[in-house]
Design a protein around this ligand. Structure first.
Ligand code: COA
Length: 260
């Protein structure tokens, strides 16, 4: 059976693992609508394929992903449930098997919020994380306004989301966002070793454990995602986001001084 692949996203199955790899180096792996659609299709397919026991998200050396493509945000501001991004979020949130991520560098926006839905996350020492939604006149997505405070505490979540500053791999590990941090040159072998251990585990017990770990939050996550999407969609069409996105395209600092 073949897996959805494009120039910018490859999905490859080997040894019971589906590796979803972002590959758009010229734009720091920024995720376009097409890339979301490809990843959503791969995840839905993996959920039904009994040969796949684990899905692993990977990026490029130095770059996991710079987040949503900001040109798409500006030109095709559709973040609703039926949009490619919306379908990706729902497929990830509903995925019944272990999801893992190997963070090889920059993890911005959805590059960090995606990790909140992964069961296991490993990062290299030079990885940096950032959730600059407010910086862009936007609001948190992917249930991060629920899952982040749960994981890192209210104080740290407010700081990460309201100030929107980058933080390093050690801070991410200390906050509980990342399981382990490895020297850059050892990340791949350490991740492969852990993935091998995971795929050797009995698959039904793994799936049931994931379900039990998530059961109490499942409905709240779905509800929060929907509420966030509504606020996010309005914010994306609003003047603060327009200013921030225009400023990014024009390579200047945004000016929010005129807004109330
Ligand atoms: N969407 C679209 N293009 C992006 C992008 C994004 N999210 N992130 C980076 N790019 C593009 C840049 O515009 C640039 O394109 P160009 O060469 O045609 O000008 C290219 O990728 C390289 O990025 P650059 O900014 O030169 O790299 P850098 O190493 O100096 O900085 C970042 C990297 C990620 C810190 C910076 O690009 C950035 O802040 N990007 C936006 C991140 C973001 O806000 N994501 C959305 C979160 S919701």
């Amino acid at each position: 059976m073949s897996w959805p692949c494009t120039d910018h996203v490859t999905a490859a199955a080997e040894d019971r693992v589906l590796r979803i790899r972002l590959h758009r180096p010229e734009k720091k792996n920024a995720i376009t609508r097409d890339m979301y659609a490809t990843m959503a299709a791969a995840i839905v397919q993996a959920a039904d394929d009994s040969r796949i026991r684990v899905v692993l998200f990977e990026g490029l050396p130095g770059c996991f992903t710079a987040g949503n493509d900001l040109a798409d945000f500006l030109n095709a501001p559709d973040a609703g449930t039926d949009s490619p991004a919306g379908r990706f979020l729902q497929a990830v949130a509903a995925f019944p098997k272990p999801l893992a991520a190997a963070v090889t560098g920059l993890a911005v926006g959805i590059g960090t919020t995606l990790l909140l839905h992964c069961d296991l996350v490993w990062a290299c020492e030079s990885a940096t994380f950032q959730m600059p939604f407010v910086n862009l006149g936007l609001v948190p997505e992917f249930a991060s306004s629920l899952l982040l405070p749960q994981l890192v505490g209210q104080r740290r979540a407010s700081e990460m989301l309201m100030l929107g500053q980058p933080f390093d791999a050690a801070a991410a590990r200390d906050a509980g966002l990342v399981n382990e941090v490895f020297p850059d040159e050892h990340l791949a072998e350490e991740v492969n070793e852990r993935i091998r251990r995971l795929t050797d585990q009995p698959p039904a017990a793994l799936r049931q454990t994931k379900q039990l770990l998530k059961r109490a939050w499942q409905a709240a996550i779905a509800e929060q995602m929907q509420i966030e999407l509504d606020v996010f969609t309005k914010a994306l069409a609003g003047p603060e986001a327009r200013e921030a996105l225009q400023a990014f395209m024009e390579k200047r600092r945004p000016d929010f001084s005129r807004f109330e």
